[in-house]
Each structure stands twice: as C-alpha cells, then as structure tokens.
Design a protein around this ligand. Sequence first.
Ligand SMILES: [Ca+2]
Ligand SMILES: [Ca+2]
Ligand SMILES: [Ca+2]
Length: 675
Amino acid sequence: MNKVKLSLFALAALFAASCVQDPTVEGADQQVASSAKKIINTAEEAQAGELILYVDEATAEAWSNPEAVTRSGSAQLDALAIELGAHSVEPVFNMIIDAEAKRDMGLHRWFVVSFDDDENLEAAAEKFSAVPEIERVQYSTLLKRPDVKFMPVDQTFATRANSDELPFDDTMLELQWHYNNIGNRQYFYEAKKGEDIGAFGAWKFTTGNPEVIVAVVDEGVKYDHVDLEANMWTNIKEADGVEGVDDDGNGYIDDIYGLNATKQNGYITWAREGDTGHGTHVAGTVAAVNNNGFGVCGVAGGDGSGNGARIMSIQIFDGDDQSTLANTAKGIMYAADMGASVLQNSWGFPQDSVGQLTDGAFAMSFGVELDAMRYFMSKSNCSAMTGGVIIFAAGNDGKPSSNYPGAYNEWLSVAAYSADGLPTTYTCYGLGCNLSAPGGDDSVVNGRWVEYGGVLSTVPAETVDPYTGLPFGDDYGYMCGTSMACPHVSGVAALVLSYAVENGIKLTNTELYEILTSSVRNIDVDLKGTKTCFHYQTNRPYEWSLDPFKGKMGTGKLDATLAIMSLRGAVCVPIITGEELKLDVGDYLGHTGVDVTLSKEFVLPEDVKKNLDAKIDFFNNNLYITCKKPGIGVITVKYIAGGDKVGGGNTTGGKLMEKEVVLVVRDANDNGGWL
Ligand SMILES: [Ca+2]
Ligand SMILES: [Ca+2]
Ligand SMILES: [Ca+2]
C-alpha cells in the first residue's frame, strides 16, 4: 500500500535534497490570481495544523511511491515544507481496495499535509496555493454535531389500540407512529391516521436482507445494544482475528463494526462526554431488530429470523472530537470499500456556519468530500444494484433551503414532517430538499408538554443527559429532527434493495433515487392556512403559517409500500374502505379499452378476501371491488390484449396478459394524501 506517513525529519531531509532544482517562476500578479482561486474554501471551523492538497499527477506519484517518498519533485514545494516544519504528507485515501478505480477518479491526488497547530493556517494555505504543482488547497473543516436531545419512553402508552393488527411482537412498535400512525392524539396534538411511511404494507413484501448494508455516518453506533446487535454488519476477519492486528489488511486495525473515522481506527465509541446517542438512534430507525419480542422496530430490521439489513458504523463524532473533512472522506471510502450500498447521513453544515452555498460552490469547497461521495456511488456492493445511494438530512435550521452536503443535486436531502402530516417547526425546506419523511415534533396534550410525537428508536442507556449530568438509563428514547427523518428514507432504500435481492430484480442507483422520490404521498394538498404549534416555555398555542411550505417539501411524503410496488412494476389502486371501486381496463392497464378485454378467469385470492374483507364482481369488462378492512392485497388481473378472445387454432385473437394490481385500502378519514 502507499499510505505515506513521513516523520518531520524525513520529509525535511528529502525536500531539502531536491532544492537544487529551479523553482518554477510565475509572474507575481498571475500567482496571486491563481492562488486565490486554488484555495477552495474558507478557514472557518477549520482544523489547525492541517491542509488538504490536490496535487498534479507527478507530485501524487512522488508522494505515493514508498521508495521515492523523499522528494516531491518541486523545489518550491520542498522549501515550503521545510519552512512550515511539515510533519507529514499523507494520502487522504487508502488505495488498498480498488486502486485502479480510485486512480481513475483522481482520488490518489488528495493529500493531507500536517504541521504545527500554531502555524498561521491561512498564511500556509496561501503559500501552498502559490506552488504550481498544487491544484487545490482545502481547509479541513471540522464537522458540526447536530443539536439533539432525547426523551424517555412512557410505557403507559405502550398498551394502546389495534395491537392485534401489529405485524411484529416488539413491545414499543405501537408507539412508533412514524411506521403506522393510528391518529392517537395522546402523543401529538392533531396526530392524523395514515401519516406514516406505510411500513406495515411494505413489510408484507420484505422486511430487510443481510446483503444490504447501510453505513450510518454519525456518532458511533452502540453495536452491542440488545435491539441492534443482531443487525450489525461484522467484518468477520477482524471479529475472528487478533486484537491490535489488521487481520483483513484493509489498513485499519480491529475494524469489526465499522470505522471510527475521527480516530482512524476500528474502536467505535458512543458514550464519551459530549456524545448524545444520535448515531444509535439513527441506526435503530434503519434496522433495529424486528419481531424479537422487545423494544422497537427498524424500517429494514428483518422479521426476527436474522434477516435484517446490516448497519455499519462510520463514526464521525467521538465525544467532543469531530472528524475533519479529510477523515470524513476516509470514512465514506471505508463504507464503499467494505460493502455498504446505502450511505445514511444525518449531518451537515448549518447555513449560519458556512453561508448559503450553491451546488457549484459546494463542489468546489468540499472537493475531497464530493470525490469520496462519488466513489461511494460508483461502487456496486449490493448484487441488485449498480452503484450506491446517498441520503442526507436537510437540516433543522428552518431555512428555506436544505443544508449542504444534502442539498447537492447528486443525492437526496430529506425534510421532516410531524405526526399531523405537516412540516415540523424546525425543518429546512425548499431548494435542495427532495422528499419528506417523519421527523416528529413536540406537542402539548391536555395542557402538558409531551415528547411522544418524536421518533422512537434505540439509544445507549449510558448516554449522559446534559441537563441532569446523569446517565439516561434507558435503551430507547424519542428524538426529533430531520436527522430522524433521514434514516426512514435510508431504511426504505434498504427495503427496496432487499426486495430486489430477494426477487432477482436489478436496478441502478439512479432508478432507486427515482423510486424513492416518486413513491410518495402528496403533502401539498394540506399545506394551506395554519397549523397550531405550542410555545416551548408557556405551552400556549399559536398559529403557524403553512403557506411558505407549499411546493417546498420535496416531491412528497416517503411511502415504503409504494416504493416496493414501484419496483415490482405493479399497478397500485387506492381504495377507501366500504366504497366500491370500479376498476376499468382502460384506466388501469394502460390501454384504451377497445382492444383490451378482461379475462373471465379471475379468482379472488383467499388471503385478499380474508385480510381486506374483499368482494369483487366482474361484468361489462370491469372489476367492481369493495374492501371493508384497511390493508394491502395483491390480485392478478388477466386480460386479452387485442380482441375479446385469445388467439390460437382457428381463431385470430389477442394475447393473454397478466398484470398485478395492488389494492391499497385505507379508511376514508385516513387518506394521508393518498386519494
Ligand atoms: Ca482491518
Ligand atoms: Ca484485529
Ligand atoms: Ca425489537
């Protein structure tokens, strides 16, 4: 491998050796102009004593070659390194896995140069930018930890209605309105039935698959949490290997459950001072273990038989330490190299810290990050998909545009709605936001402030509550945020992939992005007038205008059932309980009705009859469907394309075709934008 770490002295000596060459000379004015352009971001929130450099091929070659690490090939660069007392020059990206693809993408040209923290960073950046061999200079911005607080579970709510209809036996599933919202106003003022991701419907088709790995880029995931452990991705060679040894030779020691990108080793942590439990919460939404008799469910957490999607922890916050841009980029590459196909990112740069960016400015300012993301999207780690997908949270600043990186056009950014199906009080919206998912909000119920309108998931019990200074003491808790909305989308991405794996369907990452953003319920229909919110301190209600959100919550509300059906290529037919639906050939089979005839062989499947209490009549080339119970059922409609009889023998006729039609039945007061 060509991971180069030079000591201070080795670097200085080698740079000195090449000082005999003439430095490349440029006109002074020209140099100022080009150097200003080369520094691609600002020193705001930057790590001291470190700069990220994008160098030309020859310098990359010189710095990457273990036999020739002693010179950069540029006298000017060598002299500068000596002047700054550089400790080391290290490639950002490890080239151990898929070196050729990485080289093709230019990833081998990114380096981190380190020097003393008290060196003037901006002056150093100026000097590096004046060296012709250096094409870009990037400050290694420190990530910002998202604001979070979490709230304990109130078990008294865990024995509510409709438990007989729950698909799994997890005791807290009833509290997870974000999967199946029954409109219980105990947990949220104006909670509305049907305002959920449609998880119960999707789980009839798949619940997850271990081949699908979701990398959670966040605080460390508590990998031995009782409700997560079985769904953790595990690097077998390290798990079965020797402590302190890089058993699989991937450049990282003891990376069993992922990578601590902050520390660049395999030791994932989650309960250091400053940790909030955020990563463990996000991971639980993606794939907490389903149907294991306790705790919560995850969107792609399996059915209790060990078949959940797998969670890989990419830790970018460690206690009070944050990852730099360079270390985060390494973490993203790790996820790509070790098998993840979904990159879950509930983090970003708040607009008050980096200003209002554009895509062009982001691509420029966060070049090393963008390259790592593009590498992730180029890797095909799931047998069902070409490429990988990246999902980001839009941010909690309530601004009319998504934060970056989420806002960037090559991946998805997720805004948050609450249990009433309306935008949350904090969500970013508008430009750059691609779709909405449940993030939850606090509320006042019967005069009392309650947090049960948040998203319920796993947390590390040992997390210290910053308000009391005491350990939280529970394995589960509520959190609110676009950070909580985002893993719903990642979880559904994992579900769609799981279904594809299990049914031999192939898709591209572009198609998966399209499925996620098009398999949505309408949010705009409800975005008029005001909604009632409550002042945090006074508990007093106030009216909050919904008009600014109209057309600005992305394409709509994530729907897991629609996403699976979209992949399956089935026609989805929305039905209201008790109302007869006339299924017209022309409307639903994509033909005019003149050349298409329904076959008379239709038989209503027993499970649909029973589960939906369904009745179907057939006459005049139409199906008349009535369902008395809400739920999902699949029927297969046969029809003759081209005439009213099937061709063959002495008959010139049509071709017998089959089409799956999915009946999606909801109560009339439960439309959630469906109908
Ligand atoms: Ca290793
Ligand atoms: Ca080891
Ligand atoms: Ca569980």
